[in-house]
Structure formats: C-alpha cells, structure tokens
Design a protein around this ligand. Structure first.
Ligand code: GAR
Length: 203
C-alpha cells in the first residue's frame, strides 16, 4: 500500500505558492504527500522553471495552443489519471474548472484564494483584482482561504483561513505581497498535509 498521496499542483503564473509547497515538502512538512507533477495552462509560466529546478515532472496545456476549455480539461484529466494523482492543488490556476472536472476529483481538489471567503470571491475575483476590491471597500482586515473545490466557484468547504492586516497607504501590489507572505504561503502547504492525511486515513 502506498503511504503517500501523489499530488499535482496546477499553476498559471509566477508560482510562489508552488514554491512554498515545494520548500515545505523538502523540509519534511508534507509527510503524507509527494509532489509528483506540476501542470500549467500557460507555457510561459515561471512556475515551470520552479518545478524543473525541484526535479518535478511538468505538463503544459497552453491556453493559446488549446483554446477550447473542454479539450484542455480533458487533456489535464487524462494526464492526472496517468500520473495516478490523488490530490490536485490549485495554486494560482486561473481557469475555472467545470463540474465534470470537479466531480472526477471529488474532495480531491483544493484551492488557495487571496481573501477571507465569503468576501471578495467568485467569478471575476482573481489575482490582483481581489486586493483592488478589498482596498476599494476599505476593509481593515483581509487574508487568504484554502478550500475544497466543487462546481461552485470559491464555494467549497473551507479548510484553513488566515487574517492579514490592511495598512494605511497599501496598494494592491503591496497588499498582495503581504497576504502571500503572511497567509497563503503558510496555509496552503499546511492544508496540503491536512488533506493528504485525511485521504490516507480513508484508504
Ligand atoms: C495567488 O495570490 C493566489 O491566491 C491567486 O493568484 C496568485 C497566484 O500567485 N489565486 C486566485 O486569485 C484564484 N482565484 P502565485 O502564482 O505566485 O502562486
């Protein structure tokens, strides 16, 4: 019996959350999981470089090369199945997944979102836009959430959250960095271990 869950991380951009997962795993912080694969929908994603440096296999389903979302999803699903992936982590993956996809990995997909859900989430709230909306509303506290992914965008059960202060004079970029450093990079690797352990206990 395998004693680790094979994990795939899906990214579209810089991959700092991927890096936090790789670093934590390297330091022994995700003993129930093995980072087996990095998948991207952007051939230019710096996340690919991070994966290669860590010696993790990569797969590219580029939005420009495969503009049809259904075809891209089918390709990704087949790839995940071929690699015997048990947990999918969305770490800055900028495509909303269809119900067909989320059902194929029910309770086996988690996502990090850069706000305290249910604030500033759902369709249209991604990346910097989330922090722009938080500043426009004038909230004094924001944060990050890791949640299970189902067919409702940002609507699955919450696993971990962490609050972060908004400071006078924050720009969206400055706030984004603080939320990443103080919240996302901590709770995403922690949630990865929690969910891998839950999946192992179910075996
Ligand atoms: C992160 O802030 C992540 O929470 C956000 O995109 C950024 C990716 O950064 N994800 C979403 O907004 C999803 N709705 P990274 O590529 O450096 O990890």
């Amino acid at each position: 019996m395998l004693n680790k869950i094979r994990v795939a991380v899906l990214c579209s951009g810089g991959g700092t959350n991927l890096q936090a997962i790789l670093d934590t795993a390297n330091a022994g912080g995700i003993p129930s999981g093995e980072i087996a694969l990095v998948v991207t929908d952007n051939a230019a994603a710096y996340a690919l470089e991070r994966a290669k440096r860590a010696g993790v296999e990569t797969a590219v389903f580029d939005k420009k090369a495969i503009p049809d979302r259904k075809a891209r999803e089918e390709g990704i699903l087949k790839c995940l199945q071929a690699h015997k992936i048990g947990l999918v982590i969305l770490a800055g993956f900028m495509t909303i997944l269809s119900a067909d996809f989320t059902r194929a990995f029910e309770n086996r997909i988690i996502n990090v979102h850069p706000s305290l859900i249910p604030s500033f989430c759902g369709p249209g709230f991604y990346g910097l836009k989330v922090h722009e909306a938080a500043l426009a509303r004038g909230v004094k506290v924001t944060g990050a959430t890791v949640h299970y992914v189902n067919e409702v965008c940002d609507g699955g059960p919450i696993i971990l959250q962490k609050a972060v202060e908004v400071l006078e004079g924050d720009t969206p970029e400055v706030l984004q960095k603080r939320v990443m450093r103080e919240a996302e990079w901590k709770i995403l690797p922690a949630a990865a271990e929690i969910v891998c352990r839950r999946l192992l206990e179910k075996r």
